[in-house]
Design a protein around this ligand. Sequence first.
Ligand SMILES: O=C(O)C1=N[C@H](C(=O)O)C[C@H](O)C1
Length: 292
Amino acid sequence: MLTEQLKGVIVPVVTPFTEEGELDTGSFRHVVQTLMDQRAHGIVINGTTGECPTVRPEEVRLLMEAALEARGERTFPILIGTGSNDTAEAVSLTKQAQTLGADGALVVTPYYNRPSKQGVMEHYRRVADVGLPVVAYHIPHRTGLELTSGDIAAILGIEGVAGIKESTGGVRNFIELSGHTDKALLCGDDLYFFAALCCGASGAMMASANMYTGRFVEVYEQFSLGRWPEARARFEELVPLIGLLFAEPNPSPVKWMMKQTGLLLSDRVRLPMTPVSEGLERKLAELLFCDR
Ligand SMILES: O=C(O)C1=N[C@H](C(=O)O)C[C@H](O)C1
């Protein structure tokens, strides 16, 4: 069951493009390999950080093939983002993810059309019926749909839903859900990573962990060993980085950094996403420089 594997640092991987905006599967394979070498606990392909709105299903197939190649025989959960505000499409994308060999699907709540709670429940029931474990993704500031912890508990009660990625910008839902579900609670808000662990999260899905993955993993490892002050100290070291990576729309800042460190050949994003400003480049460079 995927639920037990949904812990630690799960990285929503960036989708590398060439300078011309074509998919760069070679860099993607290299990034996945690096994430595994740095002890990440899993990845998400085609998440928000993977620029899902502009990545086509055929490209998701190519990314998955590259990730499977990098994984080899290792145990390393690979999830694919299959969310849509059209239930039929979310079902179809989840079926595709299952066929491609994914271990689970990350399914954001239906955005923009603001369905009723009943509609949201039915959406998840239909997607979970595909038979691929589902991680629901609650991110009200992006979707325009806010759920209560009671609503989330109801979604977690659906058979086939393995966990929730929670990005409400706080820890209240972790406090209210922890101890009331055996499904995985994952933090999807990088700045709350340590706080969420303290409030019952089993791990996090964080865009920032594309960079310095091993350091994010150390926070989790220290926490798991009960060394909370050490975990907190490690996390505090990462706070300035997280701040800068979200100072402009994700994933442009993290792609820029990954290019500087040689992880990516290009920091190209697809419109409507735009490159980082020169001002932010300077701040990111300072952080990279100080780190050497
Ligand atoms: O790609 C993701 O999944 C994440 N996206 C969030 C966002 O961009 O809002 C941030 C989080 O780190 C993971």
